[in-house]
Design a protein around this ligand. Structure first.
Ligand code: HPA
Ligand SMILES: [Zn+2]
Length: 338
């Protein structure tokens, strides 16, 4: 381990861009397939891992939705969440805001409540076990239509006091944010926070739409914003947080090489970037692996790494007192180890 790796390992951090279905490790996929007697088109864990070679977002999504088929019961969703939280706690993640894709499950006949209650069970257990706090963000699948998103929001109503916000994920190209302007407006009226994936594969205009038409509180990915200088100025001036995912970007060919990853440039431009793992079981690493992979390029100092961790708390939906508490913990850590 380099000195930077040691510094990263102990640094308190939040994770703000994590799809819980994307934390399903092949071993757990096999275990759940056995438990639920579900056929999966793989003979071994090695075969599953060998299939994780993607040339774009859609390639990944096809296999990711297939993997989710082994998730059936409330206990499955609890176990999935807990396995993630155990790993996150080992990376010194103190708070996580996790995405889930209810439509992936309700479209297979799994009731919304089974999914939500299972995840909430896992979240409560993670707080008891590790002191790791978390929030839940309901994502609409953007390849489905607006009416399906409205129906999902209706199904979520009994759980809305335990859901922090809504997000937008799945196939970006051809599914611009404007398609979901009305359902996001409704979510805002219901007091929910709003986030959206934009500028991962889609053009800078999709980021502008997410800001103007979805009134997002946080931008997921946002890489392609850098192609538009006026948009960069707007993002910097507003202070909006970007949840960036280096190993995901590499695996989905959003960047060709980590040496060219935009995070160092984002920090130079004054953007509130954070580092996250996205779908760690599919992209080869949890949050500290993402920090380490980027640090290994020699383009991040300990000051930059601490800034990224601070941004993860200031960009969270925690209240001000909790954010202040976590920032003080980072200050103490940097004073001792920086
Ligand atoms: O990186 C992603 N982009 C869009 N949709 C997703 N769903 C899971 N991961 C992703
Ligand atoms: Zn994502």
């Amino acid at each position: 381990m380099t000195d930077l790796d040691t510094f990263i390992a102990g640094l308190p951090k939040a994770e703000l861009h994590l799809h819980i279905e994307g934390s399903l490790e092949p071993e757990q996929m096999f275990a759940l397939a056995r438990r639920n007697r579900v056929d999966i088109p793989f003979g071994s864990v090695e075969q599953v891992r060998a299939a994780y070679s993607f040339s774009n977002l859609q390639d990944f999504l096809d296999i990711y939705y297939q993997g989710a088929d082994v998730l059936r019961s409330q206990e499955d969703f609890r176990d999935l969440a807990l396995a993630y939280f155990d790993r996150a706690a080992a990376d010194n993640v103190r708070h996580a805001e996790i995405f889930f894709d209810p439509q992936t499950h309700t479209d297979r006949g799994i009731p919304f409540g089974i999914v939500a209650e299972g995840l909430l069970d896992g979240m409560a257990e993670a707080e008891a076990r590790h002191g790791l706090t978390s929030k839940l963000i309901l994502c609409f699948l953007r390849h489905l239509d607006e009416e399906a998103a409205f129906e999902t929001l209706r199904q979520a109503e009994p759980w809305l006091d335990r859901i922090a916000g809504v997000g937008l994920d799945s196939s970006e190209l051809g599914h611009p944010p404007e398609k979901f302007a009305r359902v996001f407006a409704r979510a805002g009226e219901m007091g929910l926070k709003r986030v959206a994936h934009a500028g991962e594969e889609g053009p800078p205009d999709y980021v502008v739409q997410a800001l103007d038409l979805l009134a997002i509180d946080r931008l997921d990915h946002g890489n392609r914003s850098l192609e538009d200088p006026a948009l960069v100025r707007r993002l910097a001036e507003s202070g909006i947080t970007l949840t960036v995912c280096p190993l995901s970007n590499l695996k989905l060919c959003v960047v060709g090489d980590l040496a060219d990853h935009p995070i160092p440039r984002m920090l130079e431009l004054g953007l509130a970037a954070t580092i996250n793992s996205d779908d760690p079981a599919y992209f080869g690493g949890y949050v500290n692996d993402n920090y380490r992979a980027l640090a290994a390029q020699g383009r991040l100092s300990t000051v930059d790494i601490a800034t990224l961790a601070r941004n993860s708390f200031t960009g969270s939906f925690l209240d001000d007192a909790d954010v202040a508490h976590h920032l003080a913990a980072i200050d103490d850590y940097v004073a001792e180890h920086g």
